[in-house]
Design a protein around this ligand. Structure first.
Ligand code: PMV
Length: 324
């Protein structure tokens, strides 16, 4: 018997950058993201005599396997299920290597495959809570389109759909500048960011940034969405630069691209950027401008890899016997 789930990666437009409770992965602020169509994880779970984890057909040992099995056994205890052992097969459908790998799709797929394997009849909210225990951003990958993850308690902190099928002319160009795995994990980055003198401002501004982003989405106002996303990303990265032990995810190519986006905008091209816990840049633009931007990128940053993404769907899971 086995179960499979597919979950898509999401990119936060209003970021999660601080934990209120690290063990329960409760966030200090709400966050809001866009689920992407091009990047996803497909995970199949089987029961077997011992725990084994394969990622892209290569057996994993060490930290990444430990994180997966600590998570699965934590779910068993939480749901009062007997201890089992699992064969986990995950395929990360990310066009290139480590630079864009994301825990959001990984843990959303793992949570959904686990629920399916154990025949748990969970609501999407409950699934989002289980995904949260693996990775905060995974809460939002349960839903397609735009999703918001709310602060709260263990029982109330989950994602909710904002608009699962947006009719918005928005494209996200994922520009891979560096494929090296991130040097400072999001967990460590968040801890350090909390020592910034601006951290309280980050917390205070969140309710209005979320409200403004939701209003912009509802109004279908691309420029407003882009402006708010860019400002929020800059605020997050400013926390890192002003932490007691300062750090940055920016590499020289990140700054180069930020300046290009600013120049293109000054030239009248509607485009904005956002970045996460790594050096790669995501450009928000419209279908009309996407081609020109890609041409300019190919000319000015020839080694960068570009993936054009759009809105992706929420998580799906099935028992493999269903498919026979
Ligand atoms: O859930 P994590 O640990 O992958 O942290 C995600 C952190 C950011 O990607 C920077 C922001 C976010 O909300 O996704």
């Amino acid at each position: 018997m086995s179960a499979t789930a597919i979950a898509h990666t999401n990119i936060a437009l209003i970021k999660y950058w601080g934990k209120a409770d690290p063990a329960l992965r409760l966030p200090l602020t709400n966050s809001l993201s866009m689920t992407l169509d091009k990047f996803y994880t497909q995970t199949t779970l089987n029961l077997q005599a011992s725990d084994q984890f394969f990622l892209n057909n290569a057996q994993q040992t060490g930290q990444s396997a430990e994180r997966v099995f600590t998570y699965l056994h934590r779910l068993e205890r939480r749901l009062q299920l007997p201890t089992k052992h699992y064969l986990v097969n995950s395929i990360n459908h990310v066009p290139t290597s480590a630079g864009l790998a994301s825990s959001s799709s990984a843990f959303a797929a793992l949570a959904a495959a686990f629920a399916q394997l154990h025949h748990l009849d969970l609501t999407k909210q409950e699934l989002s809570i289980l995904a949260r225990l693996g990775s905060g951003s995974a809460t939002r990958s349960i839903f397609g389109g735009f999703a918001e993850w709310q602060t709260g308690t263990d029982q109330t902190s989950y994602a909710i759909p904002i608009d699962e099928h947006p009719q918005l002319d928005l494209q996200l160009l994922v520009v891979e500048l560096d494929q090296a795995p991130k040097k400072i994990s999001s967990t460590i980055g968040m801890q350090r960011a909390q020592t910034s003198p601006f951290y309280q401002t980050w917390l205070d501004r969140n309710p209005s940034e979320i409200a403004q982003m939701k209003a912009a989405i509802q109004a279908g106002n691309f420029d407003q969405i882009g402006k708010l996303a860019e400002l929020n990303a800059n605020e997050m990265h400013a926390l890192n630069l002003t932490a007691q032990e300062p750090f940055t995810y920016f590499e020289p190519a990140t700054i180069k691209l930020i300046k290009l986006v600013q120049d293109w905008r000054a030239d009248g091209l509607a485009c904005y950027y956002t970045m996460d816990a790594g050096p790669n840049v995501k450009i928000l633009t419209s279908l009309k401008n996407s081609k020109v931007i890609r041409q300019r990128l190919a000319q000015l940053l020839p080694s960068a890899k570009i993936v054009v993404t759009n809105f992706g769907p929420g998580v799906k899971s099935w028992s493999n016997s269903d498919m026979e």
